[in-house]
Design a protein around this ligand. Structure first.
Ligand SMILES: [Zn+2]
Ligand SMILES: [Zn+2]
Length: 388
C-alpha cells in the first residue's frame, strides 16, 4: 500500500504493496492477477478480506453485467474486481478515522452511496441517485464495492466507515459474511415493509436471501412464517431457521390455496418473493390478504404477467428491494449477536480465494447441494504455511 498522508497503520498488521485479485474480462471470464493494495481516504478504512461469499447477484455481474456499472458502462474488460458480500479485519485507518480501530473485525455493507442525494439523505443509499457516478467529471464519490467500485474477490479493499458493522470476536468468518444478507432480510421486512410482531409472512424460494428472510421474520415475531419451495433439503433448513410451515410447490396443485389454508383462508400480511420463478409474482399478489404487501427480492429475466386489477381492487402494496439500508444491517447483527438464529445453516462450502472459479461453479450449479459458498484468501495462506 502506498499510504496517503494521515493514514494510520500498526506493525502487527503489515500491509503489502500488492495483492492477489481476480479481474473480470469478457462475460464469465475471470483471471487471477495482482493489483496495488488501495489506500484509504478520509472516512475510509482498509479492510483485510477474511471471507467473501458468492451471491446470485455476483453471477449477474460476471455473466450479464448489470447491476455492475463501471465508468458508466458494462463491467467487462475494465480491470474490475467483483465480489460484494464480505467481512474482514480493519488494518489501516484513513485520515481522521477514529470510529474503528486496527484489528477490529467487521462485516462490510456494499453501498456507501454518495451521501448527498435525496435517497442517501433518507438512508436509502442502495437507491442512490448518483449510482455508479464515481469517475472523471462525474465523480460524486459513490461506492458500491463489487458493483461500481472494486470488490472483494481479492485480499484487501477500502470501505467507507458508513458501510461497516462491528462483529463479535467469536462469530466465525463465514457467519460474518452473512450479516449483510441478514440485513437485506431485515430491510425488506421492517424498514421497507413495516412488519410488526404477530403478522404473517410467506417467503417464496429458499435461496440464501429467502432462508435469511425466514430466520429474521421468525426472530421479529412473525406468525406464521410459511416457506414455499421445491427442494426438500432447503425446506428442512427453513424449518430449522424458524419456518412454521413449508409448502412444496412441486407437489401441491394450487400453491395459493395451500398457503391460504395455513392462515385461516385469508392469505398472509406479507409475501417476500425470493424465487425469481416466472409465476411467483402473480402467485404472491394472490397469497397476501387485502391490504397486504409483496416485496420483490429476486431478479427475473423475463417480464412477469401479473393480475393488476387484483392488486388495485385489493389495495395491495408491491415494492422492490435493492440490498439493504437505514442501518438494517446493524439490527440484523444485533439479532445474530444474541444468537436469535443460526445463519451458519445457510453456509455450505468454503474454498481458498485461488479456487474462485470452482466456488462459483458450486454456487451456480448447486453442486453438492451448495447454498452459500465462501472464498477465503487466508485459507490459502494457512495451507501454504502448513506445507512449508
Ligand atoms: Zn449479494
Ligand atoms: Zn446518493
Amino acid at each position: 500500500m502506498d499510504a496517503l498522508a494521515g493514514v494510520k497503520t500498526i506493525k502487527d498488521f503489515p500491509i503489502p504493496q500488492r495483492m492477489k485479485a481476480w479481474v473480470l474480462g469478457d462475460p464469465g471470464e475471470l483471471t487471477l492477477t495482482d493489483k496495488p493494495v488501495p489506500s484509504p481516504k478520509r472516512a475510509e478504512v482498509l479492510v483485510r478480506i477474511d471471507a467473501a461469499a458468492i451471491c446470485a447477484t455476483d453471477l449477474e455481474v460476471i455473466y450479464q453485467g448489470p447491476p455492475g456499472l463501471i465508468q458508466g458502462g458494462l463491467p467487462f474488460n475494465k480491470n474490475f474486481t467483483p465480489g460484494h458480500e464480505y467481512m474482514g479485519t480493519v488494518v489501516a485507518l484513513g485520515p481522521g478515522v477514529d470510529e474503528y480501530s486496527i484489528g477490529q473485525r467487521v462485516a462490510c455493507e456494499i453501498h456507501a452511496g454518495c451521501g448527498q442525494c435525496k435517497r442517501c439523505r433518507e438512508g436509502m443509499y442502495t437507491s442512490c441517485h448518483n449510482y455508479g457516478l464515481n469517475y472523471g467529471e462525474h465523480d460524486k464519490g459513490h461506492r458500491a464495492n463489487g458493483f461500481t467500485t472494486d470488490g472483494a474477490f481479492c485480499e484487501y479493499q477500502v470501505n467507507n466507515i458508513n458501510t461497516l458493522v462491528a462483529i463479535r470476536h467469536d462469530m466465525s468468518d463465514e457467519e460474518g459474511a452473512l450479516v449483510v444478507t441478514a440485513g437485506t432480510a431485515m430491510y425488506a421486512l421492517t424498514e421497507l415493509g413495516g412488519l410488526v410482531a404477530g403478522e404473517s409472512v410467506v417467503v417464496s424460494g429458499a435461496g440464501p436471501i429467502g432462508l435469511m428472510v425466514v430466520a429474521v421474520a421468525k426472530a421479529l415475531g412473525a406468525q406464521p412464517v410459511i416457506l414455499t419451495e421445491m427442494r426438500d433439503d432447503r425446506m428442512k433448513i427453513a424449518r430449522q431457521l424458524g419456518a412454521d410451515f413449508t409448502v412444496n410447490v412441486g407437489q401441491v396443485a394450487d400453491a395459493v390455496a395451500a398457503v391460504k389454508a395455513l392462515n385461516g383462508g385469508k392469505g398472509v400480511d406479507y409475501v417476500v418473493e425470493c424465487s425469481a420463478a416466472s409465476r411467483a409474482v402473480n402467485d404472491a399478489v394472490h397469497m397476501v390478504n387485502r391490504g397486504g404487501k409483496v416485496c420483490l427480492a429476486a431478479f427475473t429475466h423475463e417480464p412477469a404477467l401479473v393480475d393488476i386489477a387484483h392488486i388495485v381492487s385489493n389495495n395491495i402494496y408491491v415494492y422492490g428491494i435493492r440490498g439493504e439500508g437505514k442501518s438494517a444491517v446493524h439490527r440484523a447483527e444485533a439479532f445474530m449477536r444474541q444468537k436469535r438464529f443460526d445463519a451458519t445453516k445457510v453456509h455450505t462450502h468454503t474454498f481458498p480465494l485461488a479456487d474462485l472459479p470452482t466456488a462459483i461453479r458450486y454456487a451456480k450449479d448447486r453442486v453438492d447441494d451448495a447454498i452459500k459458498v465462501v472464498v477465503k484468501p487466508r485459507l490459502e495462506a494457512a495451507r501454504k504455511v502448513a506445507a512449508e
